[in-house]
Design a protein around this ligand. Structure first.
Ligand SMILES: Nc1ncnc2c1ncn2[C@@H]1O[C@H](COP(=O)(O)OP(=O)(O)OP(=O)(O)O)[C@@H](O)[C@H]1O
Ligand SMILES: O=P(O)(O)OC[C@H]1O[C@H](OP(=O)(O)OP(=O)(O)O)[C@H](O)[C@@H]1O
Length: 210
């Protein structure tokens, strides 16, 4: 029997949208088979196996070949900078990465910038020729300018509710973000038929508008 195509699925925000897309494409989804907390869900009849991963770890599983393909936000892909192929823009989990500050924000020398994305932020400000001090945080990033930890933050904005409710301002949009289908470089060659088939099924149901 042919080896199963191992798919790293991100738990959390992206998961429901990715599942819906798979369903629309006539592909199986993990919750068609299992509602438990199992982390590996084989679907042999479809030639697939789902690996339920933390979103930030998806590019790592795929780079090392523990998963053949995976779904991940472009934000994580840019931050992790893993050696993987980016096959498709899935057009889901749409949001943006932005620079955000307090309403009374003033430019200062060597400002502190708090973020979950230290690599992306450092590179962005370097390319802009701005010297900043990047501080890595793991969540509730909007707290940083409110309590004096940082002058600005780099974070995701979707509806804008979090920045509004915390009295912050979106100063600059850096990148539009959507989820991507990525592949391990070796798997892409060895399992090309299966990967190509999956891409062909997904392509017609991808909506770049929303
Ligand atoms: N409003 C949003 N805020 C943050 N990420 C969003 C938003 N909308 C879509 N996304 C996408 O969803 C991904 C984050 O999903 P999620 O919040 O489940 O992950 P996480 O914060 O890494 O998970 P965890 O809570 O386990 O640390 C991002 O990588 C991004 O691509
Ligand atoms: O524009 P909005 O629709 O308000 O969405 C943006 C917010 O959502 C994310 O936080 P998340 O809920 O992942 O929590 P976190 O602070 O723990 O990262 C992100 O970091 C923003 O804070």
């Amino acid at each position: 029997m042919a080896e199963l195509l191992k798919v790293a699925m991100p738990k959390g925000r992206i998961y429901k949208k990715a599942s819906k897309l798979f369903r629309e494409a006539g592909l199986p989804t993990p919750d068609d088979f299992d509602d438990s907390r199992k982390l590996i869900i084989p679907v042999p009849e479809a030639g697939m196996e789902f690996i339920m991963a933390k979103p930030v770890d998806v590019p790592t599983y795929v780079e090392y070949g523990a998963a053949d393909i995976g779904i991940v936000g472009k934000d994580v892909l840019m931050e992790e900078n893993r050696d993987v192929y980016e096959l498709l823009d899935l057009g889901i989990a749409r949001c943006r990465m932005s620079i955000i500050g307090a309403k009374d924000w003033q430019p200062v020398m060597n400002p502190k910038v708090a973020t979950k994305y230290p690599n992306v932020a450092s590179q962005y400000f370097r390319e802009m020729g701005q010297q900043v001090q990047v501080i890595k945080l793991n969540g509730s990033i909007e707290l940083a300018p409110l309590i004096g930890l940082a002058d600005r933050i780099v974070d995701m904005v979707e509806t804008g509710q979090t920045i509004r409710e915390n009295g912050l301002l979106e100063l600059e949009e850096m990148f539009p973000i959507t989820s991507r289908l990525i592949a391990n470089r070796v798997s892409y060659r060895l399992k090309n038929d299966a990967i190509q088939r999956l891409c062909d099924q997904l392509q017609p149901v991808i909506s770049q508008g929303g």
